[in-house]
Design a protein around this ligand. Structure first.
Ligand SMILES: Nc1ncnc2c1ncn2[C@@H]1O[C@H](COP(=O)(O)OP(=O)(O)O)[C@@H](O)[C@H]1O
Ligand SMILES: [Mg+2]
Length: 252
C-alpha cells in the first residue's frame, strides 16, 4: 500500500491565458487532516475540482491510494473512496432528513454492493443513514423536512451525506461558511471526528477560521496565486517568512 491516501503531482490548470493552478504537488497520508488555506482566488476550490474530477487538469496528475485517477470520471473516483460534500442543492428540502441520508447511502451501496437484493439493501441503507445522522448529532431531527433545518443543521446534514458514502478521503470546502461563531466549536469537533475512531479517514479541509485550522490540522497547505507556497505543520507554516510576506495585508 502506498504511503499517501491522496497525492497530486505537478497539477496545473490553465483556462485560456489564465493560469489558475501551477505545479501543485500535495500529499495527504492515510488518517491525516490537511488544511488548505490561502486568500480568495488562490485556487483552493479549483484544486478540489481537479481532485474530484469536476475539471480536468491541463498538466500533472491526481493519485488516490497510489492509483492514477486523473482521467477518471467523478462517480468512479467516488467508488474508489473519494467523498465530497454534496452541494446544498442536492439535498431534497421536502424530504425528511432520514430519507435524504438514506438516498445518499443507497446511491453508495448501489455502487459497491449491487449484488444485494433491494430489500436487503434498503434495510442496510436505513441503518447506515441512522448511524450517520447519529454521528453528526442529527438523530433527533430524522423526521424533520430537510428544508426546515437551521443553517447549522444543514451543514451537519451535508456532513452526514458525505459519511453515508463511507469515503476514505473527504474533501470539505469551507464547511463553516455562514456559521455563527457559537456553532464553530461544535462543528470543529465534528470535522475532527470525521477521521473515524481509528483515524482511518483522510480529510482535506479548506477553511478560513485559523483557530479551526490550527486546532485540527496535522499539516497546512498554503495556496497563493495558484501555487502551493508551503505544506508543513501548523507551527512551521505560521513561522514561515514566505507565507507571512504572501499574506502581508491579507488576513489568513
Ligand atoms: N471556470 C473558470 N473560468 C475562469 N476562471 C476561473 C474559473 N474558476 C475559477 N477561476 C479563477 O481561478 C482563480 C481561483 O479560483 P478558486 O479556485 O475559486 O479560488 P479559491 O477557492 O481559493 O477562492 C480565481 O482567480 C478565479 O477567478
Ligand atoms: Mg473557494
Amino acid at each position: 500500500m502506498t504511503e499517501y491516501a491522496l497525492e497530486t503531482r505537478g497539477l496545473g490548470l490553465r483556462i485560456g491565458a489564465a493560469v489558475i493552478l501551477d505545479d501543485v504537488s500535495l500529499t495527504a497520508r492515510r488518517g491525516e487532516l490537511v488544511a488548505v488555506i490561502g486568500p480568495n482566488g488562490a485556487g483552493k476550490t479549483s484544486l478540489f475540482n481537479l481532485i474530484t474530477g469536476v475539471h480536468r487538469p491541463t498538466g500533472g496528475s491526481v493519485l488516490l491510494g497510489g492509483r492514477d485517477v486523473t482521467a477518471m470520471a467523478v462517480h468512479r473516483r467516488g467508488r474508489l473512496g473519494l467523498g465530497r460534500t454534496f452541494q446544498t442543492s442536492s439535498v431534497f428540502p421536502a424530504l425528511p432528513v432520514l430519507e435524504n441520508a438514506r438516498l445518499a447511502a443507497k446511491a453508495h451501496l448501489g455502487g459497491v454492493l449491487n449484488v444485494l437484493k433491494p430489500a436487503g439493501s434498503d434495510a442496510r441503507a436505513t441503518a447506515v443513514a441512522r448511524d450517520c445522522l447519529e454521528r453528526v448529532g442529527l438523530a433527533a431531527r430524522a423526521d424533520t423536512a430537510a428544508g426546515a433545518l437551521s443553517h447549522g443543521e444543514k451543514r451537519k446534514l451535508e456532513l452526514a451525506l458525505v459519511l453515508a458514502q463511507d469515503p476514505s478521503v473527504i474533501l470539505l470546502d469551507e464547511p463553516m461558511a455562514g456559521m455563527s461563531a457559537e456553532d464553530v466549536p461544535e462543528l470543529t469537533e465534528l470535522i475532527g471526528s470525521l477521521r473515524g475512531t481509528g483515524g482511518e479517514r483522510t480529510v482535506l479541509l479548506i477553511e478560513h477560521h485559523m483557530n479551526v485550522v490550527l486546532g485540527l490540522a496535522d499539516r497546512v497547505a498554503v495556496m497563493h496565486h495558484g501555487t502551493l507556497l508551503a505544506l508543513d505543520t501548523p507551527e512551521k507554516v505560521m513561522a514561515d517568512a514566505t507565507v507571512q510576506s504572501a499574506y502581508l495585508g491579507e488576513p489568513l
